[in-house]
Design a protein around this ligand. Structure first.
Ligand code: AMP
Length: 221
């Protein structure tokens, strides 16, 4: 049976990092709505421009647009065994749409929802050091997970970049948006017996191992 893992947590809690590491461990792809929206940067359409503007302000892209891109993504063949959903759902209507989509299109449901929690101060501290490779998408942190050579990707040598929305004032806005819109999903999934809370302030590899164990257990049940 396919596994749909919803990684929940505020910006900077490590969802993207863990999704990338877990992809190999559990053999299902990362589906990141943030990455998909960032990829729209190269398009010059009214929708792409609107999405870039919303992201730069740290606000949420409208539910209908977001749900549609996830629908298309989950229908692709590499998602036949499921997906590690990173950054989706982010609102209750998105969670309801996901339940409906999984049920109607895949006769399936959300498997498990790991929750990674950190404070706003920790989010700002972590995110300000975050760097990414524009070519292969690898993620680094100047303090916690530095590349071998400062400012360069270990895999392809590309110059690492900081995301536009990783500036402290935008991070604070994104955190508030999380509290207002996404935190209600904690109870949504707790009520359905799917929530698993993890201590997100542990070394990256410890969290990955805990997550992989939890996912394996749940997919065996
Ligand atoms: P992320 O990379 O997950 O931090 O997402 C970056 C930005 O993309 C967010 O601040 C939102 O503007 C937008 N975004 C990503 N996922 C969603 C979503 N599920 N719903 C609405 N907006 C989203």
């Amino acid at each position: 049976m396919a596994a749909y893992i919803v990684l929940l947590g505020p910006p900077g809690s490590g969802k993207g990092t863990q999704a990338k590491l877990l992809t190999d461990e559990v053999g299902i792809p990362q589906v990141s709505t943030g990455d998909m929206f960032r990829a729209m940067k190269t398009q010059d359409t009214p929708l792409a421009r609107k999405v870039q503007q919303i992201m730069a302000e740290g606000k949420l892209v409208p539910d209908d647009v977001t749900i549609e891109i996830v629908k298309e993504r989950l229908a692709q063949s590499d998602c036949s065994k499921g997906a590690l959903l990173d950054g989706f759902p982010r609102t209750v209507p998105q969670a309801e749409a996901l339940d409906k989509l999984l049920e109607e299109s895949f006769h399936s449901q959300v498997t498990i929802v790991p929750l990674l929690s950190i404070t706003v101060e920790e989010a700002v501290r972590r995110i300000s050091g975050r760097r990414g490779c524009p070519q292969c998408g690898a993620l680094y942190h100047v303090e916690f997970n530095p590349p071998r050579e400062m400012g360069k990707c270990d895999h392809d040598g590309a110059k690492l970049v900081q995301r536009d929305d990783d500036r402290p004032e935008v991070v604070r806005e994104r955190y508030q948006v999380y509290l207002d819109n996404t935190a209600p999903l904690i109870n949504y999934y707790r009520d359905r017996g799917l929530l698993v809370e993890l201590d997100a302030v542990q070394p990256i590899e410890v969290i990955t191992a805990e997550l992989a164990d939890t996912i394996r257990q749940r997919t065996k049940e």
